[in-house]
Ligand binder design. Structure first.
Ligand SMILES: Nc1nc2c(ncn2[C@@H]2O[C@H](COP(=O)(O)OP(=O)(O)OP(=O)(O)O)[C@@H](O)[C@H]2O)c(=O)[nH]1
Ligand SMILES: [Mg+2]
Ligand SMILES: [Zn+2]
Length: 240
C-alpha cells in the first residue's frame, strides 16, 4: 500500500494506491526543477511498505547536455535505485519504460506537472488522459489529475499502470522513526556497526552511518534528508 499523511496538519493517512508491484517516482528534469527532499519522501514511503521503487526524470529534452540532474541521478543509482530518463516531447526512453511496466502493476507518483499523465498517454496511445501546462505564476503545476486511475496495459504482456494526482507535499504517517534508517537502502550495510545498538545516527560517537557519509560512501544530501525526516517522524509519532 502506498499511503501518505493526510495533507495539512491533519492526522491519519491517505491511501494513494494499493496492491502495486512497484512505484515509479516521477520528477521533471526541469520545469519544475527536481526536489530531492521530496523525492526522498516518496522513496521512504515505498521502502517502508516494501514496494520496489524506481525514479524517472521526465522532460529530459529540456536539459540537453550535462546538468545538475546527472549528479542527482548518480546519488540515487549509488543508493541502489534504477533511474530512468524520459521525454514525452522528444520520445526518449519510452520503449525502455514499456519494458519496466510490462506484466506488473505500477503506480506513477510525484509532484504535479511533471508529466505522469503525459507519460501514460505516450505509452498507451488512445488513452487520452487530461494533461495541462504548468501554471506560469507558481511553476508548480495545477493538479490536472484529480483521482487515481488504473489503466490496463493494452498488449500481450499485460499489467496495469496507476496514474495518480500530483502531490504538493508528502508527509509520512505510521512509520516508527527507529525504522527510518532501514528505508535508506544504502545505509543498510552500515546499520549493525555503530558503537551503540540504539544509535539514532545523529550525534552519537562512532556512528557507522555518519562515517560512511564522511568517507563518501553515502551521499550527504541523502543523510541530510534522513535527519530531517527523522525529526519529523518523532513529532508525528506522538500524534499517532
Ligand atoms: N517539455 C516537456 N514537457 C512535457 C513532457 N511531458 C509532459 N510535459 C508537459 O508537462 C505538463 C504537465 O503534464 P501532465 O502530464 O499533465 O503532468 P502530471 O504529472 O500528470 O500532473 P498532475 O496530473 O497535475 O499531477 C504538460 O503541459 C505536458 O505537455 C516532456 O517530456 N517534455
Ligand atoms: Mg496527471
Ligand atoms: Zn549510527
Amino acid at each position: 500500500m502506498l499511503a501518505r499523511r493526510a495533507p495539512g496538519k491533519a492526522r491519519g493517512e491517505r491511501i494513494v494506491a494499493a496492491n502495486v508491484d512497484q512505484v515509479l517516482v516521477v520528477f521533471a528534469a526541469a520545469k519544475p526543477e527536481p526536489h530531492v527532499r521530496m523525492l526522498d519522501r516518496f522513496l521512504v514511503i515505498a521502502e517502508g511498505n516494501d514496494i520496489p521503487a524506481r525514479i524517472i526524470f521526465n522532460k529530459a529534452e529540456l536539459v540537453g547536455g550535462p546538468s545538475g540532474v546527472d549528479a542527482i541521478a548518480r546519488d540515487y543509482e549509488r543508493a541502489g535505485y534504477d533511474v530512468h530518463r524520459t521525454s514525452v516531447k522528444a520520445k526518449i526512453g519510452l520503449d525502455e519504460l514499456r519494458g519496466v511496466l510490462a506484466g506488473k502493476t505500477s503506480a506513477l507518483t510525484g509532484p504535479s506537472g511533471v508529466g505522469k499523465s503525459s507519460l501514460c498517454n505516450a505509452l498507451f496511445p488512445g488513452l487520452d488522459l487530461r494533461t495541462a501546462e504548468i501554471s506560469e505564476s507558481v511553476n508548480k503545476g495545477r493538479h490536472t489529475t484529480v483521482g487515481a486511475l488504473l489503466v490496463p496495459i493494452p498488449d500481450a504482456l499485460g499489467g496495469f499502470v496507476v496514474d495518480t494526482p500530483g502531490l504538493r507535499e508528502v508527509g509520512m504517517w505510521g512509520l516508527p522513526s527507529v525504522d527510518l534508517a532501514h528505508c535508506f537502502p544504502e545505509f543498510r550495510p552500515f546499520l549493525g556497526n555503530c558503537k551503540f545498538q540504539d544509535c539514532s545516527h545523529g550525534h552519537e560517537p562512532n556512528c557507522a552511518v555518519r562515517s560512511a557519509v564522511e568517507s563518501g560512501q553515502v551521499s550527504r544530501e541523502r543523510y541530510e534528508s534522513f535527519l530531517k525526516l527523522r525529526e519529523e517522524l518523532s513529532d508525528a509519532e506522538r500524534q499517532w
